[in-house]
Design a protein around this ligand. Sequence first.
Ligand code: SF4
Ligand code: SF4
Length: 150
Amino acid sequence: MTRACTHTPAPATPQPASVEGRACRTCTLCCRLPDIDALDKPANAWCRHCTAGHGCAIYPERPTLCRDFLCAWMTRPDLEPEWDPLVAKMMVYEQGPQTTVLVDPDHPAIWREAPYAAMLERWATEAEAKGGYVILFVGDAVFKIAPSAR
Ligand code: SF4
Ligand code: SF4
């Protein structure tokens, strides 16, 4: 499936290194939230290779798409601790001008709450100044985050 506002992460080239001290730990949001055509996986459904409590069952042979993907929290040292996906219940990634935020449907309102609502508005304002924008997915709903009113 192809969407104008893409929901499917694609690795940057070259893939940036992960920020020192950060690790996925028990997070598996990127095995659940995005749609991944190569794995025939719809959005918000567990990848068939993800096993509860163990993560990827095909880790040594996982697809290149998975091998090369790191979310923004893993690669952007400027993201605050609140954006740890285990805390935020959201995963963030960037593709060109688009910053994509996928919200765990088990926590559908968290992005409207403090501190995230104000942070997302700030991101949208900063992105707009550079010709970019922030798109947020919650279940089947899609929102373009509005920049701060001037
Ligand atoms: S969403 Fe980020 S922190 Fe979570 S498993 Fe994927 S890359 Fe790791
Ligand atoms: S193949 Fe493995 S790493 Fe890739 S989405 Fe599925 S469980 Fe996650």
